[in-house]
Design a protein around this ligand. Structure first.
Ligand code: HEC
Length: 143
């Protein structure tokens, strides 16, 4: 009987940690919907030229941004802040991209020190990990 109870609580703990992991990793389905908040300034256009999401061009194309060096899209004129981030060797992953999105200037300050600012005039603290998960998925589709 005691064993049965212990087994149950182990199983329960596993379920709980799975839930926690799912939250940490972000939900790409939610992120796809939330990405509408970014379309005013960002499009998702694949290497083969397919427009996965139509959007503005004030900001860089975010297709394949996960795994890309920050400030690293050729032909886009980045701010001093993003160029400095590029020089620091930072590569976007889901975690740092979510942090940047939640507070672009705060992220630059934490990463590079004071005095660096981004020209992304927008902070998106809610759903940032979901959007990062979506961007990771889109970039991997290879289309
Ligand atoms: C009002 C316009 C605007 C909106 C809305 C906007 N951005 Fe941006 N974003 C920019 C600009 C401009 C830059 C270039 C920043 C720079 O050079 O400092 C940028 C840069 C970025 C970068 C860095 C890309 C790189 O190549 O290093 C990421 C990542 C990013 N934005 C994500 C997002 C996401 C995700 C959203 C939606 C939640 C979003 N942005 C909404 C204007 C915008």
């Amino acid at each position: 009987m005691k064993t049965a109870i212990r087994m149950t609580s182990v199983a329960f703990a596993c379920v709980l940690s799975n839930v926690a992991m799912a939250q940490d990793a972000g939900d790409p389905v939610k992120g796809e919907d939330l990405f509408r908040n970014c379309l005013a300034c960002h499009e998702l256009k694949s290497e083969s030229g397919e427009r996965i999401r139509r959007g503005g061009r004030a900001g860089p194309n975010l297709y394949g941004v996960i795994g890309r060096p920050a400030g690293g899209l050729e032909g886009y004129r980045y701010s001093e802040g993003l160029n400095a981030l590029n020089a620091s060797g930072l590569v976007w992953d889901e975690q740092n991209l979510a942090h940047f999105m939640a507070n672009p200037n705060g992220f630059l300050e934490e990463t590079l020190g004071e005095g660096h600012i981004s020209k992304m005039p927008f902070a998106f603290p809610t759903g940032d990990v979901d959007i990062a998960a979506y961007l990771a998925q889109v970039g991997q589709s290879g289309s």
